[in-house]
Design a protein around this ligand. Structure first.
Ligand code: PMP
Length: 408
Protein backbone atom coordinates (compact mmCIF):
# COMPACT_ATOMS: atom_id res chain seq x y z
CA UNK A 1 0.00 0.00 0.00
CA UNK A 2 1.32 3.46 -0.81
CA UNK A 3 1.68 6.02 1.99
CA UNK A 4 -1.15 7.94 0.46
CA UNK A 5 -3.51 4.95 0.52
CA UNK A 6 -2.53 4.32 4.15
CA UNK A 7 -3.30 7.89 5.06
CA UNK A 8 -6.80 7.51 3.61
CA UNK A 9 -7.82 4.43 5.59
CA UNK A 10 -10.15 6.58 7.69
CA UNK A 11 -11.71 9.91 6.83
CA UNK A 12 -9.91 13.11 7.75
CA UNK A 13 -13.07 14.05 9.64
CA UNK A 14 -13.00 11.01 11.92
CA UNK A 15 -9.24 11.46 12.34
CA UNK A 16 -9.85 14.99 13.61
CA UNK A 17 -12.68 13.68 15.82
CA UNK A 18 -10.30 11.11 17.27
CA UNK A 19 -7.72 13.78 17.94
CA UNK A 20 -10.29 15.87 19.83
CA UNK A 21 -11.07 12.92 22.12
CA UNK A 22 -7.45 11.86 22.60
CA UNK A 23 -7.03 12.99 26.26
CA UNK A 24 -10.07 10.88 27.15
CA UNK A 25 -8.95 7.90 25.09
CA UNK A 26 -5.43 8.03 26.52
CA UNK A 27 -6.89 7.73 30.01
CA UNK A 28 -9.44 5.13 28.96
CA UNK A 29 -6.87 2.92 27.26
CA UNK A 30 -3.56 3.69 28.92
CA UNK A 31 -3.70 4.54 32.63
CA UNK A 32 -3.34 2.71 35.92
CA UNK A 33 -7.15 2.69 36.01
CA UNK A 34 -7.46 1.06 32.56
CA UNK A 35 -4.85 -1.52 33.56
CA UNK A 36 -6.51 -2.43 36.86
CA UNK A 37 -8.16 -5.76 37.51
CA UNK A 38 -11.78 -4.54 37.39
CA UNK A 39 -12.95 -7.42 39.61
CA UNK A 40 -10.39 -6.86 42.39
CA UNK A 41 -12.30 -6.58 45.65
CA UNK A 42 -10.04 -3.83 47.05
CA UNK A 43 -10.69 -1.44 44.17
CA UNK A 44 -12.23 1.91 45.03
CA UNK A 45 -13.32 3.07 41.58
CA UNK A 46 -14.53 6.68 41.58
CA UNK A 47 -13.72 7.35 37.92
CA UNK A 48 -17.05 7.41 36.08
CA UNK A 49 -20.69 7.92 36.99
CA UNK A 50 -21.47 4.22 36.90
CA UNK A 51 -23.65 2.43 39.46
CA UNK A 52 -21.93 0.58 42.32
CA UNK A 53 -25.20 -0.68 43.79
CA UNK A 54 -28.09 -2.69 42.37
CA UNK A 55 -30.51 -0.66 40.19
CA UNK A 56 -33.76 0.77 41.56
CA UNK A 57 -36.18 -2.19 41.98
CA UNK A 58 -38.98 -0.08 40.43
CA UNK A 59 -36.83 0.41 37.33
CA UNK A 60 -36.37 -3.33 36.94
CA UNK A 61 -40.02 -4.17 37.61
CA UNK A 62 -41.16 -1.58 35.09
CA UNK A 63 -39.03 -3.16 32.36
CA UNK A 64 -40.23 -6.61 33.41
CA UNK A 65 -43.88 -5.53 33.26
CA UNK A 66 -43.41 -4.08 29.81
CA UNK A 67 -41.37 -6.91 28.37
CA UNK A 68 -44.21 -9.27 27.27
CA UNK A 69 -45.67 -7.90 24.03
CA UNK A 70 -49.21 -6.52 24.35
CA UNK A 71 -49.80 -6.22 20.60
CA UNK A 72 -48.10 -7.11 17.34
CA UNK A 73 -46.42 -3.69 17.10
CA UNK A 74 -44.85 -3.92 20.54
CA UNK A 75 -41.37 -4.41 19.11
CA UNK A 76 -41.92 -2.67 15.77
CA UNK A 77 -39.77 0.33 14.79
CA UNK A 78 -40.24 3.05 17.41
CA UNK A 79 -39.53 6.71 16.68
CA UNK A 80 -40.78 9.79 18.57
CA UNK A 81 -43.78 7.87 19.92
CA UNK A 82 -46.84 10.03 20.77
CA UNK A 83 -47.10 8.50 24.26
CA UNK A 84 -43.41 9.22 25.01
CA UNK A 85 -43.75 12.78 23.74
CA UNK A 86 -46.86 13.37 25.86
CA UNK A 87 -45.19 11.99 28.99
CA UNK A 88 -42.15 14.24 28.54
CA UNK A 89 -44.13 17.36 27.60
CA UNK A 90 -46.33 16.89 30.69
CA UNK A 91 -43.33 16.44 32.95
CA UNK A 92 -41.72 19.59 31.55
CA UNK A 93 -44.96 21.57 31.91
CA UNK A 94 -45.09 20.61 35.56
CA UNK A 95 -41.41 21.13 36.31
CA UNK A 96 -40.83 24.27 34.28
CA UNK A 97 -44.23 25.97 34.30
CA UNK A 98 -44.16 26.41 30.51
CA UNK A 99 -46.64 24.81 28.08
CA UNK A 100 -44.20 22.45 26.30
CA UNK A 101 -45.86 20.74 23.34
CA UNK A 102 -45.57 17.02 22.55
CA UNK A 103 -44.56 17.70 18.93
CA UNK A 104 -41.54 19.66 20.20
CA UNK A 105 -40.14 16.62 21.98
CA UNK A 106 -37.62 14.34 20.24
CA UNK A 107 -36.93 11.13 22.12
CA UNK A 108 -33.32 10.00 21.85
CA UNK A 109 -31.04 7.27 23.12
CA UNK A 110 -29.56 9.47 25.84
CA UNK A 111 -27.96 12.90 25.89
CA UNK A 112 -25.08 11.68 23.70
CA UNK A 113 -27.53 11.21 20.83
CA UNK A 114 -29.48 14.35 21.71
CA UNK A 115 -26.29 16.41 21.41
CA UNK A 116 -25.25 14.73 18.15
CA UNK A 117 -28.69 15.19 16.63
CA UNK A 118 -28.86 18.85 17.67
CA UNK A 119 -25.40 19.67 16.39
CA UNK A 120 -25.98 17.73 13.15
CA UNK A 121 -29.17 19.76 12.65
CA UNK A 122 -27.68 23.18 13.30
CA UNK A 123 -24.28 23.44 11.64
CA UNK A 124 -22.71 23.55 8.23
CA UNK A 125 -19.00 22.84 7.78
CA UNK A 126 -16.99 25.76 9.14
CA UNK A 127 -19.71 26.99 11.48
CA UNK A 128 -18.67 27.63 15.05
CA UNK A 129 -20.06 26.26 18.29
CA UNK A 130 -18.89 27.72 21.58
CA UNK A 131 -18.35 25.23 24.39
CA UNK A 132 -17.44 26.01 27.96
CA UNK A 133 -14.24 24.67 29.48
CA UNK A 134 -13.98 22.55 31.54
CA UNK A 135 -16.33 20.66 29.25
CA UNK A 136 -17.94 17.26 29.15
CA UNK A 137 -15.47 14.98 27.33
CA UNK A 138 -17.20 14.73 23.96
CA UNK A 139 -18.57 18.18 23.06
CA UNK A 140 -15.51 19.07 21.03
CA UNK A 141 -15.39 15.75 19.17
CA UNK A 142 -19.08 15.85 18.28
CA UNK A 143 -18.72 19.36 16.87
CA UNK A 144 -15.62 18.36 14.87
CA UNK A 145 -17.41 15.25 13.60
CA UNK A 146 -20.09 17.42 11.98
CA UNK A 147 -17.48 19.65 10.34
CA UNK A 148 -17.86 22.47 12.85
CA UNK A 149 -15.23 24.57 14.56
CA UNK A 150 -15.32 24.18 18.33
CA UNK A 151 -14.58 27.44 20.14
CA UNK A 152 -13.44 26.97 23.72
CA UNK A 153 -14.33 29.57 26.38
CA UNK A 154 -13.06 29.05 29.91
CA UNK A 155 -15.18 29.57 33.02
CA UNK A 156 -14.27 32.17 35.58
CA UNK A 157 -11.86 30.14 37.74
CA UNK A 158 -12.63 31.98 40.96
CA UNK A 159 -16.44 31.62 40.83
CA UNK A 160 -16.80 28.60 38.49
CA UNK A 161 -19.48 30.74 36.78
CA UNK A 162 -19.71 31.53 33.07
CA UNK A 163 -17.31 34.25 31.89
CA UNK A 164 -19.81 36.37 29.96
CA UNK A 165 -17.23 38.82 28.62
CA UNK A 166 -15.18 35.97 27.22
CA UNK A 167 -18.30 34.44 25.65
CA UNK A 168 -19.24 37.77 24.06
CA UNK A 169 -15.70 38.13 22.70
CA UNK A 170 -15.79 34.61 21.21
CA UNK A 171 -18.94 35.21 19.13
CA UNK A 172 -18.39 35.73 15.41
CA UNK A 173 -20.54 35.81 12.26
CA UNK A 174 -20.10 32.02 12.07
CA UNK A 175 -21.33 31.28 15.62
CA UNK A 176 -24.35 28.96 15.39
CA UNK A 177 -24.68 27.72 18.94
CA UNK A 178 -23.30 27.61 22.47
CA UNK A 179 -23.38 24.56 24.74
CA UNK A 180 -24.12 25.26 28.40
CA UNK A 181 -24.17 22.47 30.98
CA UNK A 182 -25.85 23.25 34.30
CA UNK A 183 -25.52 21.75 36.86
CA UNK A 184 -22.03 21.40 35.55
CA UNK A 185 -19.97 18.28 35.13
CA UNK A 186 -17.24 18.49 36.51
CA UNK A 187 -17.58 21.59 38.73
CA UNK A 188 -21.05 20.92 40.20
CA UNK A 189 -21.94 24.58 39.66
CA UNK A 190 -25.53 25.64 38.97
CA UNK A 191 -25.35 28.80 36.87
CA UNK A 192 -27.44 31.47 38.65
CA UNK A 193 -30.44 33.33 37.18
CA UNK A 194 -28.49 36.62 36.80
CA UNK A 195 -25.84 34.88 34.70
CA UNK A 196 -28.45 33.13 32.55
CA UNK A 197 -30.37 36.37 31.98
CA UNK A 198 -27.19 38.21 31.01
CA UNK A 199 -26.22 35.33 28.71
CA UNK A 200 -29.67 35.47 27.10
CA UNK A 201 -29.31 39.21 26.56
CA UNK A 202 -25.93 38.90 24.92
CA UNK A 203 -27.04 35.98 22.71
CA UNK A 204 -30.14 37.93 21.62
CA UNK A 205 -28.03 40.95 20.67
CA UNK A 206 -25.46 38.82 18.84
CA UNK A 207 -28.20 36.93 16.96
CA UNK A 208 -29.68 40.23 15.81
CA UNK A 209 -26.26 41.41 14.69
CA UNK A 210 -25.67 38.14 12.81
CA UNK A 211 -29.12 38.13 11.23
CA UNK A 212 -29.64 34.50 12.33
CA UNK A 213 -30.25 32.87 15.70
CA UNK A 214 -27.45 31.61 17.89
CA UNK A 215 -28.96 28.54 19.56
CA UNK A 216 -28.32 27.56 23.14
CA UNK A 217 -27.85 23.82 23.65
CA UNK A 218 -28.77 23.37 27.29
CA UNK A 219 -27.25 20.12 28.50
CA UNK A 220 -29.42 19.38 31.54
CA UNK A 221 -28.24 15.83 32.18
CA UNK A 222 -28.06 16.52 35.95
CA UNK A 223 -31.04 18.87 36.33
CA UNK A 224 -32.74 16.48 38.77
CA UNK A 225 -29.61 15.94 40.85
CA UNK A 226 -29.66 19.10 42.94
CA UNK A 227 -28.46 19.41 46.54
CA UNK A 228 -29.41 21.51 49.58
CA UNK A 229 -32.94 22.19 48.22
CA UNK A 230 -31.46 24.70 45.78
CA UNK A 231 -33.57 25.96 42.89
CA UNK A 232 -32.55 24.83 39.43
CA UNK A 233 -32.88 27.65 36.91
CA UNK A 234 -32.88 26.22 33.38
CA UNK A 235 -31.12 28.28 30.72
CA UNK A 236 -34.10 27.47 28.47
CA UNK A 237 -36.38 29.60 30.67
CA UNK A 238 -34.30 32.69 29.88
CA UNK A 239 -33.53 32.24 26.20
CA UNK A 240 -36.22 31.12 23.72
CA UNK A 241 -33.84 29.81 21.07
CA UNK A 242 -32.81 26.93 23.30
CA UNK A 243 -32.72 23.17 22.81
CA UNK A 244 -33.24 21.41 26.14
CA UNK A 245 -31.20 18.21 26.33
CA UNK A 246 -31.88 15.57 28.96
CA UNK A 247 -30.99 11.98 29.77
CA UNK A 248 -32.63 9.61 32.24
CA UNK A 249 -29.27 7.85 32.65
CA UNK A 250 -28.22 10.08 35.56
CA UNK A 251 -31.50 10.41 37.46
CA UNK A 252 -32.02 6.64 37.34
CA UNK A 253 -28.32 5.75 37.37
CA UNK A 254 -28.85 3.38 34.46
CA UNK A 255 -26.57 4.83 31.76
CA UNK A 256 -26.51 1.52 29.88
CA UNK A 257 -30.26 1.74 29.18
CA UNK A 258 -30.23 4.65 26.78
CA UNK A 259 -33.10 7.12 26.89
CA UNK A 260 -33.25 10.91 26.86
CA UNK A 261 -34.63 13.72 24.76
CA UNK A 262 -34.41 17.10 23.06
CA UNK A 263 -37.25 19.53 23.81
CA UNK A 264 -37.90 22.89 22.19
CA UNK A 265 -39.49 25.40 24.56
CA UNK A 266 -42.87 26.82 23.50
CA UNK A 267 -41.29 30.27 23.57
CA UNK A 268 -39.00 29.43 20.61
CA UNK A 269 -40.04 31.41 17.54
CA UNK A 270 -40.52 29.57 14.21
CA UNK A 271 -39.66 26.20 15.71
CA UNK A 272 -41.82 24.37 13.17
CA UNK A 273 -38.79 24.64 10.86
CA UNK A 274 -36.68 22.67 13.30
CA UNK A 275 -39.17 19.82 13.78
CA UNK A 276 -38.62 17.90 10.55
CA UNK A 277 -34.93 18.77 10.59
CA UNK A 278 -34.47 17.15 14.00
CA UNK A 279 -36.38 14.06 12.87
CA UNK A 280 -34.17 13.80 9.76
CA UNK A 281 -31.07 14.13 11.95
CA UNK A 282 -32.35 11.40 14.28
CA UNK A 283 -32.70 9.08 11.28
CA UNK A 284 -29.36 9.78 9.63
CA UNK A 285 -27.30 9.78 12.81
CA UNK A 286 -28.16 6.10 13.18
CA UNK A 287 -31.78 5.83 14.25
CA UNK A 288 -31.23 7.91 17.39
CA UNK A 289 -34.40 6.76 19.15
CA UNK A 290 -34.62 4.80 22.41
CA UNK A 291 -35.60 1.17 21.99
CA UNK A 292 -39.20 -0.01 22.20
CA UNK A 293 -39.06 -1.42 25.75
CA UNK A 294 -37.73 1.83 27.22
CA UNK A 295 -40.42 3.83 25.44
CA UNK A 296 -43.15 1.50 26.75
CA UNK A 297 -41.79 1.99 30.27
CA UNK A 298 -41.20 5.74 30.03
CA UNK A 299 -44.31 6.92 31.90
CA UNK A 300 -43.16 4.87 34.90
CA UNK A 301 -39.46 5.72 34.57
CA UNK A 302 -40.32 9.41 34.47
CA UNK A 303 -41.52 9.22 38.10
CA UNK A 304 -38.39 7.49 39.49
CA UNK A 305 -35.14 8.82 40.87
CA UNK A 306 -32.11 7.63 42.77
CA UNK A 307 -31.96 8.75 46.40
CA UNK A 308 -30.68 12.35 46.20
CA UNK A 309 -30.45 12.96 49.99
CA UNK A 310 -28.29 9.82 50.23
CA UNK A 311 -26.04 11.18 47.47
CA UNK A 312 -25.83 14.47 49.35
CA UNK A 313 -24.76 12.65 52.52
CA UNK A 314 -21.97 10.98 50.52
CA UNK A 315 -20.91 14.39 49.18
CA UNK A 316 -20.79 15.74 52.74
CA UNK A 317 -18.96 12.74 54.14
CA UNK A 318 -16.22 12.85 51.51
CA UNK A 319 -15.99 16.64 51.69
CA UNK A 320 -15.48 16.47 55.46
CA UNK A 321 -13.13 13.48 55.48
CA UNK A 322 -10.91 14.68 52.64
CA UNK A 323 -10.98 18.25 53.97
CA UNK A 324 -9.79 17.02 57.39
CA UNK A 325 -6.88 15.21 55.71
CA UNK A 326 -5.79 18.45 54.04
CA UNK A 327 -7.37 18.15 50.59
CA UNK A 328 -9.07 21.21 49.10
CA UNK A 329 -12.54 20.06 48.05
CA UNK A 330 -15.14 22.00 46.06
CA UNK A 331 -18.53 20.61 47.12
CA UNK A 332 -20.99 20.57 44.21
CA UNK A 333 -24.43 22.24 44.14
CA UNK A 334 -25.65 19.48 41.83
CA UNK A 335 -24.42 16.46 39.74
CA UNK A 336 -22.79 13.43 41.30
CA UNK A 337 -19.17 14.58 41.14
CA UNK A 338 -16.79 16.07 43.65
CA UNK A 339 -13.94 18.24 42.41
CA UNK A 340 -10.73 18.13 44.44
CA UNK A 341 -7.51 20.09 44.00
CA UNK A 342 -4.59 17.80 43.30
CA UNK A 343 -1.89 18.16 45.97
CA UNK A 344 0.61 17.85 43.09
CA UNK A 345 0.58 20.23 40.13
CA UNK A 346 0.81 17.10 38.05
CA UNK A 347 -2.66 15.64 38.55
CA UNK A 348 -1.82 12.61 36.39
CA UNK A 349 1.06 11.75 38.72
CA UNK A 350 -1.09 12.22 41.82
CA UNK A 351 -3.85 10.05 40.35
CA UNK A 352 -1.25 7.34 39.73
CA UNK A 353 -0.22 7.66 43.40
CA UNK A 354 -3.85 7.18 44.42
CA UNK A 355 -4.11 4.25 42.01
CA UNK A 356 -1.18 2.62 43.84
CA UNK A 357 -3.57 2.59 46.84
CA UNK A 358 -6.28 1.08 44.59
CA UNK A 359 -8.17 4.39 44.71
CA UNK A 360 -9.09 5.43 41.17
CA UNK A 361 -10.21 8.97 40.32
CA UNK A 362 -10.36 10.98 37.09
CA UNK A 363 -7.37 13.31 36.54
CA UNK A 364 -8.23 16.92 35.70
CA UNK A 365 -6.00 16.80 32.62
CA UNK A 366 -8.67 14.59 31.02
CA UNK A 367 -11.34 17.30 31.44
CA UNK A 368 -9.26 20.47 30.86
CA UNK A 369 -8.73 21.18 34.56
CA UNK A 370 -5.12 20.22 35.18
CA UNK A 371 -4.26 20.44 38.87
CA UNK A 372 -7.57 18.87 39.94
CA UNK A 373 -9.19 15.47 40.03
CA UNK A 374 -12.82 14.33 40.02
CA UNK A 375 -14.49 11.80 42.30
CA UNK A 376 -17.77 10.18 41.28
CA UNK A 377 -20.21 10.04 44.18
CA UNK A 378 -21.98 7.03 42.67
CA UNK A 379 -19.57 4.89 44.72
CA UNK A 380 -21.28 2.89 47.45
CA UNK A 381 -20.85 3.73 51.16
CA UNK A 382 -18.63 0.76 51.78
CA UNK A 383 -16.26 1.86 48.99
CA UNK A 384 -16.17 5.41 50.36
CA UNK A 385 -15.23 4.04 53.78
CA UNK A 386 -12.59 1.72 52.36
CA UNK A 387 -11.01 4.48 50.26
CA UNK A 388 -10.23 6.86 53.13
CA UNK A 389 -6.90 5.30 54.24
CA UNK A 390 -5.80 5.30 50.57
CA UNK A 391 -6.59 9.00 50.14
CA UNK A 392 -4.67 9.72 53.36
CA UNK A 393 -1.67 7.58 52.39
CA UNK A 394 -1.30 9.15 48.92
CA UNK A 395 -1.41 12.62 50.42
CA UNK A 396 1.16 11.72 53.07
CA UNK A 397 3.56 10.42 50.42
CA UNK A 398 3.28 13.57 48.33
CA UNK A 399 6.56 15.47 48.57
CA UNK A 400 5.56 18.74 50.18
CA UNK A 401 8.34 20.55 48.29
CA UNK A 402 6.59 19.98 44.95
CA UNK A 403 3.33 21.71 45.76
CA UNK A 404 1.00 22.49 48.58
CA UNK A 405 -2.70 23.06 47.91
CA UNK A 406 -2.22 26.79 48.42
CA UNK A 407 0.51 27.03 45.78
CA UNK A 408 -1.07 24.77 43.18
N1 PMP B 1 -23.69 15.51 29.16
C1 PMP B 1 -23.03 15.45 30.33
C2 PMP B 1 -22.65 16.72 31.01
C3 PMP B 1 -22.69 14.21 30.88
O1 PMP B 1 -22.01 14.16 32.03
C4 PMP B 1 -23.07 13.03 30.19
C5 PMP B 1 -22.73 11.65 30.73
N2 PMP B 1 -21.58 11.56 31.48
C6 PMP B 1 -23.76 13.15 29.00
C7 PMP B 1 -24.06 14.41 28.51
C8 PMP B 1 -24.20 11.93 28.24
O2 PMP B 1 -25.23 11.30 28.92
P1 PMP B 1 -25.78 9.86 28.43
O3 PMP B 1 -24.61 8.91 28.51
O4 PMP B 1 -26.84 9.51 29.40
O5 PMP B 1 -26.24 10.03 27.05
Amino acid sequence: MSDNAKANVVSARIDATLEAMSPFLRFFQDSAWSGRDPKHQDNCDFVFGNPHEMPLPEFVSSLQRNLPPQDQDWYAYKVNEPESRRTIAESLRERRGLPFEPQDVFVTNGAFAALSVSICTLIDPGDEIIFISPPWFFYESIIVNYGGNPVRVKIDDSTLDLDLEAIAAAITKRTRAIIVNSPNNPTGKIFPPETLQALANLLTEASERNGSPIYLLSDEAYSRIIFDDLEYPSPTSYYPNSLLIYTYGKTLLTPGQRIGYIALPPTMPSRAKLRNALLAAQLVTGFAFPNALLQHSLAELETLSIDIPKLQRKRDRLTDELGAMGYEVKPPEGTFYLLVRSPLHDDLAFCEALAAQKVYVLPGTVFEMPGFFRISLTANDEMVERSLPGFAAALKRTPSTIATPAEA
